[in-house]
Design a protein around this ligand. Sequence first.
Ligand code: SF4
Ligand code: SF4
Ligand code: SF4
Length: 414
Amino acid sequence: MALPKVYNWQLGREMDYRFANGPAKRQFAAVFNTNRCIACQTCTMACKSTWTFSPGQELMWWNNVETKPYGGYPAHWDVNILELQEKANPGGQVWDATKKDPKNAPYGTFAGKTIFETADGLTNMVTGYLPPEEDWKAPNIYEDTATAFSKTGVSLPEHAGWFFYLQRICNHCSYPACLAACPRNAIYKRAEDGIVLIDQSRCRGYRKCVEACPYKKSMYRPSTRTSEKCIACYPRVEGTDPLTKGLPMETRCMTACIGKIRLQGLVSVDANGQWFEDRQNPLYYLVQVAKVALPLYPQFGTQPNVYYIPPRWAPRDYLRQMFGPGVDDAIAAYTNPSRETLGVLQLFRATQKIIFSYKIQPGPKTGEINVAGKVRELFNDTVIGFDSNGNEIVRVTVDEPLIERPAQVTMNTI
Ligand code: SF4
Ligand code: SF4
Ligand code: SF4
């Protein structure tokens, strides 16, 4: 049976998928800056204490932060799926970085096969595996474990001994593997925001979604015998949280982030999940203009909607496997950011409300620095963020204001 063809802009080509184009008009999306994460797990606990504190959810961590390269939740999830794909298409899982197009193939073209294309399309819609219960039991194994210590020391731009933190939630994929695999059609993608949800009344706990999701973000709950997953805190995104008085609000894991590494929002998309031009949307700017943030394992083919600014000092081969061929340009754009990029990066965690657009007011020159042999001028620009109605909701400067306490000492009464 021939499957419908859909366009995957992250792969720069058409691909097979169980359903013709998705219904979403707006898409939940986020950018995570791996360079800033301190693995405090505040995000993890914010999600846990909100959504997964009940019986049967003990092994469920809809948000988790793992240490790469050894850590993973469930254990070795990415190595396992990469190996399955390599076995199905030996030596063929490669990119053609020469076939590039700024809009339709910004990272080049993936010449290998997606998880939909290595499946037979009859008995299995998706190549995947069901992790054994053991693999879910240690959500933070290998925490802070680096690769081999180097006696000769380290030198830039890559460290010989390295690790970094990878923050993970459901990607609310444009072509969700969980949805394609469900024999009950219990999984759906909402038109208004692209959030992927499991209808608990339809789910019978066959776990085909758990098997199919390459990111392993659909999880089985034995107490209800159904599968559950990250719901993108949809009441907040809808604006029904009383705190923002009807305005769309970022999720629990985003707003709790101590390291200010996360920015989440909504972008306008067409039927392929391709982003309509929206130059002043901060996510559009970071992903489509500055190209400083990249999808996680785009070669799986689900067109994930969480984007990562890659870590600066980890080996490039490893990062290219994880984030695709855009890694070198993304790291260059982050290491020596343009004035606009530096401005937009200030919006991370500046407000709980979703920022739909921004404006930069030029400020005075404050100095010069030398980064990797390049002299860069610094300016104290002001960045202003606007809500869905175009009203100002946040204003930050590139230089953090210095506030001096008054000389008079006030005793702490706690
Ligand atoms: S709260 Fe932020 S800094 Fe802390 S672990 Fe989560 S993503 Fe990293
Ligand atoms: S990350 Fe997994 S669970 Fe989430 S939408 Fe994509 S395939 Fe489904
Ligand atoms: S978006 Fe909400 S439900 Fe999803 S991982 Fe974050 S806190 Fe949990």
